[in-house]
Design a protein around this ligand. Structure first.
Ligand code: CAA
Length: 268
C-alpha cells in the first residue's frame, strides 16, 4: 500500500480501506449502527473515492459492510431534527457522493453482506454490479419515516427493476431477500455469506484481467448512454471505441489473439 493510501486508511473511523493487488476493498465499519450513513461516514467515503479515482494502481473497487448491515440507510438519529433545507442539503450531499461512486471510471462491485435499506439500497445501486450474500435484505422503507427515497432511489430503482416493481417496493416499504432481489434484477448473483468476498474478488479479478481502458470506456458508454436517446448513445459509443483503437492495449490484445498467446495489458 502506498504512503498516501496508508495515511488515508489510518485516518478512517467509520470505514476501512484495504488494497489487495489492483483491487481496493472499502468496508463500511460502524456495525453498532448497522453502518448507517452519518455525516462522518459520507465524508470518509467521499475522501476514499476521491483518492481511488486518481490511484493509477487501483483497477477495481469492492464496497462491503462489517457486521449484519451493508448499510441500514441514512442516519435516522441525525435526520430526526431536520427541516426542509437540512433534508435537501443531506440528500444533495449523499447524491453528490453516490454520483461520484457511479461515475468513477473504474468498476465498482457492491458485495452486499446484510441489510441494504434506504440509503444502503441506494448506495448499492450506485455501484456497477451487486453480489448479495444469502443474508442480504434490500428495501426502500422511507415511507415508514414520512419521507421519500432521496439518495437516488426513486431514479435508480426503476431503471434497474422497472417502474411497477420500483413503485411497489417504495410505496409498501416491503423488504426483499437476496433470492427475490436476484429475480427482479436488483442483484447479479447470490452466494453463501461466507463466500461473498471471494465471489466479489473472483469477479473483480476477471474484470481487472481485461484491458483497463476498455473497461473504463465501456462503463462511460453505458452510464452516459442510459441518459440519452439511442442515436446519441451510439455516437458516443463510436467516439469511445475510436479512443480504444488508439491504445497500446488494443494492439497487444489483437496481436496476442492472433499469436494464440495470453495478452499482457499495461493500461496504456
Ligand atoms: N439510522 C440510525 N441508526 C440505525 C439505523 C439507521 N438507519 N438503522 C439501525 N440503526 C441502529 C439502531 O437504532 C440500533 O441502535 P441502538 O443499538 O443504539 O438502539 C442499531 O442500529 C441496531 O439496530 P436494531 O436494534 O434496530 O437491529 P434489528 O436487527 O432489530 O433491526 C433493521 C434491523 C430492520 C435494519 C432496523 O434497524 C431498521 O429498520 N433500521 C432502519 C432502516 C431504515 O428505515 N432505513 C431507511 C432510513 S431513510 C433513508 O435511508 C433514505 C433516504 O433516502 C433518506
Amino acid at each position: 500500500m502506498c504512503e498516501t493510501c496508508k495515511a488515508l486508511a489510518d485516518s478512517l473511523e467509520n470505514t476501512r480501506l484495504e488494497v489487495e493487488g489492483a483491487i481496493a476493498i472499502v468496508t463500511m465499519d460502524r456495525p453498532k449502527a448497522l453502518n448507517a450513513l452519518s455525516d462522518k461516514t459520507l465524508n470518509e467515503l467521499d475522501r476514499i473515492f476521491t483518492y481511488l479515482a486518481g490511484a493509477e494502481e487501483i483497477l477495481g473497487i469492492i464496497l462491503t459492510g462489517e457486521g449484519k448491515g451493508f448499510v441500514a440507510g441514512a442516519d435516522i438519529s441525525q435526520m430526526q431534527p431536520y427541516g426542509p433545507s437540512e433534508g435537501r442539503a443531506y440528500a444533495d450531499r449523499a447524491q453528490t457522493l453516490f454520483n461520484k461512486i457511479e461515475g468513477i471510471e473504474k468498476p465498482v462491485i457492491a458485495a452486499v453482506n446484510g441489510y441494504a435499506l434506504g440509503g444502503g439500497c441506494e448506495l448499492a445501486m450506485s455501484c456497477d454490479i451487486r453480489i448479495a450474500s444469502e443474508k442480504a435484505v434490500f428495501g426502500q422503507p422511507e415511507a415508514n419515516l414520512g419521507v421519500i427515497p432521496c439518495f437516488g432511489g426513486t431514479q435508480r430503482l426503476p431503471r434497474l427493476v422497472g417502474t411497477g416493481i420500483a413503485k411497489e417496493l417504495i410505496y409498501t416499504g416491503r423488504q426483499v431477500k437476496a433470492a427475490e432481489a436476484k429475480e427482479i434484477g436488483l442483484v447479479n448473483q447470490v452466494v453463501p455469506a461466507d463466500a461473498l468476498l471471494d465471489a466479489a474478488k473472483d469477479m473483480m479479478n476477471a474484470i481487472t484481467g481485461k484491458a483497463p481502458i476498455a473497461i473504463r470506456y465501456s462503463k462511460v458508454a453505458i452510464n452516459r448512454g442510459m441518459d440519452v436517446d439511442l442515436r446519441a448513445g451510439l455516437e458516443l459509443e463510436k467516439d469511445l471505441a475510436a479512443l480504444t483503437f488508439g491504445t497500446e492495449d488494443k494492439q497487444e490484445g489483437m496481436d496476442a489473439f492472433l499469436a494464440k498467446r495470453p495478452a499482457v495489458f499495461k493500461n496504456r
